[in-house]
Design a protein around this ligand. Structure first.
Ligand code: SF4
Ligand code: SF4
Length: 106
């Protein structure tokens, strides 16, 4: 993790890309109220893929994101976020692309 970037004052990656994942990561695969990505915050992409609501848009913004990009912001389902969200690391290529899209410094 790059200490130069504070994700809780950013959120750019959650408002830049389509966040898609295998359907079994959603709670509906295990029954409501169990574990996994809350099904109500997902939408179908294909027979085997879901995406986070709001991310399959021209100007993506995940429905689980709360707060202004570049200000105090957070993921409301942090413990249950899907795998693509766990892969982005502060300072990596996706992070820098997302920050640039939102006019945030590299
Ligand atoms: S774009 Fe980078 S700094 Fe911003 S929230 Fe994502 S990983 Fe963190
Ligand atoms: S689920 Fe959370 S971490 Fe993933 S894109 Fe949405 S707000 Fe960001």
């Amino acid at each position: 993790m790059d200490p130069a970037f504070d994700c809780q004052q950013c959120g750019a990656c959650c408002a830049s890309f389509r966040v898609s994942f295998y359907w079994a990561e959603a709670e509906s695969a295990h029954g409501p109220g169990t574990f996994g990505v809350p099904a109500a915050l997902t939408e179908p992409l294909s027979p085997h893929l879901l995406c986070m609501q709001g991310t399959n848009a021209r100007q993506p913004r995940c429905a689980a994101l709360q707060g202004p990009v570049g200000g105090p912001i957070g993921c409301t389902i942090y413990e249950h976020r899907p795998s693509p969200c766990r892969e982005v690391m502060p300072g990596d290529a996706q992070c820098l692309t997302a920050r640039a899209r939102h006019g945030l410094p590299a």
